[in-house]
Design a protein around this ligand. Structure first.
Ligand SMILES: Cc1cc2nc3c(=O)[nH]c(=O)nc-3n(C[C@H](O)[C@H](O)[C@H](O)COP(=O)(O)O)c2cc1C
Length: 205
């Protein structure tokens, strides 16, 4: 059975982001896809210290937060949805700190997995936060799954989100589209494209 990991990047375990992710998960489930909603929690997380050790270890050097556990779950999943509350028109800082380290450590291991971002805001900044999260996928060879609108819901509380009928519909559509892509990839069973050797040219050259 195919599985999608949905990451709740809010400090609230069952808040607005969770409500949006649950709607995506329900529609994935209706399409025969197993789901897991993973809450990043509220414990402190490290930012990336750019030590480069992950290139040797295949994981982050810090062991006292959820980074490596989450990286392992993401590697095992067939699809990934990352949800965040909007904080000052961007994703939650703790979530970004984790994602910086996860994607830097992953070093190609998340390539070709369908992915999508979901954001929740009270009023504004949703599309800026959404864009920021999509940057992790587009630098990592991950096909982005789209919906009928940019993936956002509005609310301060889960009850607000439940009233955002278009937002919830966008979440259901996202779940259907992600299931379709995962199943299509599975059925086609094509080889993934060969990667060229990286040609690193920095702006100074
Ligand atoms: C530090 C902080 C910054 C926030 N910044 C924004 C913002 O820029 N725009 C907005 O509409 N809501 C903002 N909010 C509200 C949350 O994004 C919104 O309530 C969200 O739906 C909460 O999701 P949750 O219940 O899953 O945590 C902010 C909340 C906090 C705590």
């Amino acid at each position: 059975m195919k599985k999608v990991l949905l990451v709740n990047g809010s400090p609230h375990k069952e808040g607005c982001v969770y409500t949006a992710l649950s709607e995506v998960a329900d529609s994935l489930g209706k399409n025969g896809i197993e789901t897991q909603i993973y809450h990043i929690g509220v414990k402190p997380v490290h930012g990336c210290i750019a030590c480069g050790k992950c290139a040797e270890l295949g994981k982050c050097v810090f062991k006292d937060d959820v980074c490596n556990e989450l990286l392992g779950l993401m590697q095992q999943a067939d699809g990934i949805v990352i949800g965040s509350p909007v904080y000052y028109a961007g994703p939650n800082g703790s979530l970004c700190a984790l994602l910086d380290r996860i994607f830097y450590s992953a070093n190609g291991k998340l390539s070709n997995k369908p992915a999508a971002a979901v954001v929740s805001c009270r009023r504004g900044g949703a599309s800026a936060a959404f864009d920021r999260l999509n940057k992790y996928f587009t630098i990592s060879h991950m096909p982005i799954v789209s919906s009928q609108y940019w993936n956002s819901v509005h609310g301060l509380t889960p009850e607000d989100v439940k009233k955002d009928l278009e937002g919830l519909q966008t979440m259901r559509t996202l779940g259907n589209n992600m299931a379709w892509l995962i199943n299509s990839i599975d059925k086609a069973n094509l080889n993934v494209p060969e990667k060229e050797e990286w040609i690193p040219t920095h702006f100074i050259r």
